[in-house]
Ligand binder design. Structure first.
Ligand code: ADP
Ligand code: MG
Length: 265
């Protein structure tokens, strides 16, 4: 029996309307994501990556089409979907433990057992014993680790990752890619990563979706080979097939540029 996809985007289109008029941001995006799958969305600035994530998160309804989560239409944000962004949005006046527990507090699940789970998560993300410290005492990479623990604390099924590593130094970024990859695979989470870093997309994903713009649509889907998939993101970069994969993605984006997808986003 074929398993039902966790996420389904059906003929998803979105038009933004504001005082300047209406603009078609994405058009007829059709995509299914299986349980435990890690996919990346790449494409030029303005091609609708953040719009797609917002629709997956149920932040606003699509103009046309629908998003299904476990077969049910998404109409509002759900605790089953966690979001991690480039900025960590930690509250400076709260301890690390209380920051990591913020989602639990909102969902009413903050009890002694949940707090123990938060401490275990902080340990797992590489911050053992940091619970009573404050965000200003932590480096950018450590803060993003707290954001990861916060996202996982509410036990979402799906993680939406919007450029979560792009503000970090390369070395820290590679470490965090490995950490996120390893944790999400171990926990069997489904993930959708948005990134402008093609190597990151290739190294972390099971499948890479290349979007074109004006309007945003799927240009190409690339299944990542078993060998690269099984490797950690750091090791994947050294895999014999990696360079070719990278060049394929690069060529796809170049072709998109040449077709001159309209104004620069
Ligand atoms: P990406 O994340 O790929 O850079 P976005 O999803 O942010 O792309 O934007 C897709 C398109 O929709 C762009 O042309 C952008 O200018 C437009 N857009 C995004 N958000 C809004 C908004 N709130 N109002 C009007 N237009 C928007
Ligand atoms: Mg964006």
């Amino acid at each position: 029996m074929k398993q039902q996809p966790v996420l389904e985007l059906q003929q998803l289109s979105h038009v933004y309307v504001n005082e300047k008029g209406a603009s078609l941001a994405i058009e007829k995006i059709e995509l299914a994501v299986s349980r435990g799958e890690f996919i990346s969305l790449v494409g030029p600035s303005g091609c609708g990556k953040t719009t797609v994530l917002s629709l997956l998160a149920g932040l606003f309804p699509p103009t046309k089409g629908q998003v299904l989560l476990n077969g049910e239409q998404v109409t509002a944000p759900s605790p089953k979907v966690g979001y991690m962004l480039q900025q960590d949005y930690l509250f400076p006046w709260r301890t690390i433990r209380d920051n990591a527990a913020v989602g639990l507090e909102i969902s009413g699940g903050k009890n002694a057992r949940a707090l123990e789970a938060v401490d275990a998560l902080l340990e797992e993300v590489g911050l053992p014993g940091a619970g009573s410290r404050y965000p200003h005492e932590l480096s950018g990479g450590m803060r993003q680790r707290v954001a990861l623990a916060r996202t996982l604390a509410t036990e979402p099924e799906v993680l939406l990752l919007d450029e979560p590593f792009s503000a970090l130094d390369l070395h820290i970024k590679l470490q965090l890619e490995d950490l996120v990859h390893q944790m999400l695979k171990r926990l069997g989470k489904t993930a959708v990563l948005v990134t402008h870093d093609l190597a990151e997309a290739a190294a972390m994903s099971d499948r890479v979706i290349v979007l074109g713009r004006n309007p945003g649509r799927i240009r190409r889907e690339l299944e990542i080979s078993e060998g690269i998939r099984r490797a950690t993101p750091m090791a994947a970069r050294k895999h014999p097939g990696f360079q070719e994969l990278f060049e394929q993605l690069w060529a796809e984006l170049d072709a998109e540029d040449d077709e001159g997808g309209g104004s620069d986003g």
